[in-house]
Design a protein. Structure first.
Ligand code: AMP
Length: 199
């Protein structure tokens, strides 16, 4: 097939998909499966397992998530569990370390944690207390941002350890649920490849 054309190469660097559909990342959006009424009635579950099953698609997703960042961070922080998949691949692509933000009681060392509100009840994420050094620039990563409760808890946890958190990367944004806006208000720029209006 030869070398990619200049337009293809430029669009790749800009994180734009030019095949089939000129909308940004339409090729990746087509790989996300929507399952209605999971885990509750009324929820449209955006299932990334179909994206992961597509080797070139997952690889392209990671390349474009990497290209969306304005600068290389010192560390990438992944949120359990689906965030780990994207964060680990992104850390490998960037050549930086990975810090795991885990559900409570999963980490073996001394931890620091943050409680956050869920629709019903509360949850908690933790990280090793010595994982991040003050002043390190950390990029937060998850598969999807919805209300932003999870991501904001991650930002609070990392900042509590002295990290500078100014960028966050997601494969998917549900913009109408307001999470990306919450991050912006907190001084974190959210980067997402695909959005699904509505919920
Ligand atoms: P939130 O804290 O509301 O921003 O929710 C984000 C977290 O919940 C992410 O870790 C997602 O994996 C998951 N999540 C929330 N809503 C959905 C959805 N509609 N489809 C798939 N995952 C979701």
């Amino acid at each position: 097939m030869g070398r990619p054309s200049g337009r293809m190469a430029a669009s790749f660097l800009l994180g734009r998909a030019m095949d089939n559909d000129d909308r940004p990342n339409a090729d990746l959006k087509a790989l996300v499966r929507t399952i209605p009424d999971y885990p509750h009635a009324g929820i449209m579950f955006r299932d990334i397992t179909t994206l992961l099953l597509d080797g070139p698609g997952f690889s392209t997703c990671i390349t474009r998530m990497t290209a969306s960042l304005p600068a290389r961070p010192d560390l990438v922080a992944g949120i359990e569990a689906r965030g780990f998949i994207f964060a680990a691949a992104l850390a490998r692509e960037l050549g930086v370390g990975l810090v795991l933000l885990r559900k409570k009681n999963k980490l073996p060392g001394r931890v620091t944690g943050v409680n956050y509100a869920l629709e019903y009840g509360t949850d908690r994420i933790e990280m090793h207390a010595d994982a991040v050094q003050p002043g390190q620039r950390v990029c937060l990563v998850d598969d999807l941002i919805a209300t932003g409760g999870t991501a904001m808890a991650g930002v609070e946890l990392l900042r509590g350890a002295g990290a500078r958190v100014e960028e966050a990367a997601f494969a998917i944004d549900l913009p109408d649920l307001g999470g990306a806006q919450r991050l912006r208000a907190a001084g974190v720029t959210p980067h997402a490849l695909v959005d699904f209006p509505g919920h």
